[in-house]
Design a protein around this ligand. Structure first.
Ligand code: WT7
Length: 640
């Protein structure tokens, strides 16, 4: 079914050659890769950058539209090939398949709907939807007309949506009546209704019907997706030209948590992001033409953007989108999907692997899994046991596993082995993509040279897919990523480089938690806890969790108990759910009479982390604390 990609690395020697070429002359290297895309106008300059500002410009002067690369350019060669396979929540409902030609038509139809509703190039559109094809269509329709999409994960609360809409000043929201998640129906439109009352910028809400959960439809504001499509059909389905975008025009905003209370809008731009997601997709997974790629991530996270939509479609792959959850109706669901749709590449998160591993081998009985060629993992460090299980029971020892390290901010994979091409090592992301120069630094910012060392992971030079700014607050972008270690991009991750020079990411070194692969800021959770009427003060830390990777542990100073402590706990959890969303609910709440603070009032998180981890033996020096006795009380009262 066609040839390998022209920029596909096929041997260790080719990998090394690509690294050398990209390091010696990045402009020539990336220009060579860029030749394989469709441009409306070629670039004047490949790269211009300065990390101090920061200013990162790739392919300046070029014009393009990412949807021409994801759709139009495939129509001749593979117009009838499935572009998107949709596996619904309920396995007894039929799957939906959209060929490249069909997806192209649907994207243009919805692009016209957006235009009919006043959306113009540069306008922000918020997408709060379940995992249905209409979400992918809406994403691409925005890109088609140059509107900036901001997808908000369906597990966020009305307040969180409102904060994101207001920050981006979105003028239109696309949602669904409801979404299925296993046995549950999530009433998305009703959550949007609560959000939009706080959002004066929103003019229209378009509602796609899916669950037929009853919804309120407000005259003049709310419109049905299906009615709007009919309107476009009655216009004769006009051809919607792909808007000419400058290489550095914004493609999308995706909000992510940091160490402060307020999520930041990570901004990705058109050309660099397209090239990075395509290049990394083809190389990390060693995608072969015609293969079916199943990325289990939700489009509400960056993995869904880069490896469910843009990377695979730009490469001409068949991408599989699954609405449901891995454990419903039973823990064999992923394996059913793999067999049913002959999945070749499976890309999932360690939390899912650990959870499925917990069900033993019964759910694997009768599953062939013989279509699988490559397995991938992302989102958090994978433990050896989970890696081995994935390798043995899913890959049958025959599928290379790629452990892909990256971040919302990096746009795509930065460190990974290339499936079957560069060596894999359990629990190691291994080696950087060509053009990526990782380095380790100590707390003072001094580079740690040599092998067999650990430090904070930084990146020395720009790569095409990196973030350009944080929306509406460039200074925050500079502060967060480029000021800790001047001249370097700081990832926020700790990292080990072993004797062979292979990288192993050990986890965040800032106040960001990684719960089931979801990024949550401790400050955000504390803000939410503190909004509860009885909470005087709180401190949140992570603790090791068998399935989620990290769990959320909250120490809470509470005033005015008038009932069972457990009821109070439930109220506090309901508050966090209301403020952020159910994903941020602490796993443990320990009521304490005070928090361990230094004389200057700083909370000693190190001590709280140790206690949450269950290690109360060696709490280190507590003599600098304002009230050392509080530590004994907290250690004795540890929640289990
Ligand atoms: C953080 C980024 C990248 C898409 C999903 C998460 C952690 C990510 C790995 C990996 C160890 C990993 C890091 C990173 N992380 N991939 N393969 N091994 N840790 O995106 O929400 O932006 O989170 O996830 O700590 O900083 P994100």
């Amino acid at each position: 079914m066609g040839m390998k990609h022209p920029f596909q690395i096929q041997s260790l020697a080719q990998y090394q050659a690509a690294c050398t070429a990209a390091a010696e002359n990045p402009e020539a290297f990336w220009a060579g890769v860029a030749e394989n895309f469709r441009w409306k106008r070629k670039w004047d300059k490949v790269l211009d950058w300065n990390f101090d500002e920061p200013r990162i410009e790739w392919f300046k002067g070029a014009q393009l539209n990412i949807t021409e690369n994801c759709l139009d350019r495939h129509l001749d060669a593979r117009g009838d090939q499935p572009a998107l396979i949709f596996e619904p929540n309920d396995p007894s409902d039929p799957a939906r398949v959209l060929s490249y030609r069909e997806l192209h038509v649907k994207v243009m139809q919805f692009a016209q709907v957006l235009k009919n509703n006043g959306v113009q190039k540069g306008d922000r559109v918020c997408l709060y939807m379940g995992m249905i094809p209409e979400l992918a269509i809406a994403v691409l329709a925005c890109a088609r007309i140059g509107a900036v999409h901001s997808v908000v994960f369906g597990g966020f609360s009305a307040q969180s949506i409102a904060d994101r809409i207001n920050d981006a000043q979105a003028k239109l929201v696309v949602t669904c009546d409801g979404a299925y998640r296993g046995a549950k129906v999530i009433p998305l439109k009703s959550v949007v209704d609560d959000a939009v009352t706080m959002c004066p910028s929103v003019e229209k809400v378009i509602v796609s019907t899916h669950t037929r959960t009853p919804v309120s439809m407000i005259k003049g504001r709310d419109l049905w997706w299906e009615d709007e499509i009919k309107r476009v059909e009655s216009m004769g389905n006009p051809y919607v030209e792909a808007e000419s975008m400058d290489a550095e025009d914004m493609l999308f905003i995706l909000y992510t948590s940091g160490s402060t209370g307020k999520p930041k809008g990570v901004v990705h731009t058109c050309a660099g992001y397209m090239i990075w997601t395509t290049y990394t997709f083809v190389n990390a997974f060693q995608y072969q033409p015609g293969q079916v790629h199943f990325c289990t991530a939700d489009i509400g996270w960056i993995t869904g953007h880069s490896y469910l939509i843009y990377g695979p479609l730009s490469a001409g792959a068949t991408t599989l989108m699954f609405e449901g959850v891995p454990t419903w109706p039973d823990a064999g669901r992923f394996w059913d999907i793999v067999d049913r749709h002959h999945v070749n590449i499976l890309y999932t998160a360690p939390t899912a692997i650990r959870s499925l591993m917990g069900f033993g081998e019964e759910p694997l009985r009768g599953k062939k899994l013989d279509s699988l060629k490559v397995l991938g993992t992302v989102g958090e460090p994978i433990n050896e046991e989970a890696w081995n299980w994935y390798n043995t029971h899913i890959g049958k020892g025959k599928c290379p596993i790629v452990d892909t390290w990256w971040q919302t901010e990096t746009g795509g994979i930065l460190i990974t082995n290339l499936a079957g091409v560069t060596p894999a090592k359990a629990t190691f992301a291994t080696l950087p993509m060509p053009g990526v120069e990782p380095l380790l630094v100590d707390e003072q910012g001094t580079e740690i040279h040599g092998n067999g060392v650990s430090g904070n992971l930084c990146i020395r030079k720009p790569w095409p897919g990196m973030l350009r700014t944080t929306y509406g607050d460039h200074e925050r972008c500079r502060q967060t990523y480029f000021s800790t270690y001047p001249g370097l991009y700081f990832t926020g991750d700790g990292c080990l480089r072993d004797e062979d020079g292979h990288y192993r990411i050990t986890g965040r070194v800032d106040d960001v938690l990684n719960v089931s692969g979801h990024r949550i800021g401790t400050a955000e959770v504390e803000n939410a806890l503190n909004m509860h009427a009885g909470v005087v003060e709180s401190a949140v830390v992570g603790f090791p969790h068998d399935i989620k990777g990290q769990g959320i542990y909250a120490y809470v100073v509470y005033q005015g108990f008038h009932e069972d402590e457990n009821l109070t706990r439930q109220d506090i959890l309901a508050t966090v759910s209301r403020v952020i969303g159910p994903i941020a609910k602490p796993d443990q709440i320990q009521f304490v009479s005070g928090l361990p603070k230094t004389r200057s009032g700083k909370i000693m998180r190190r001590i709280l982390r140790k206690i949450a981890e269950g290690d109360t033996s060696n709490l280190g020096d507590t003599t600098t604390l304002l009230d050392p006795s509080v530590v004994d009380e907290i250690a004795a009262g540890r929640a289990t």
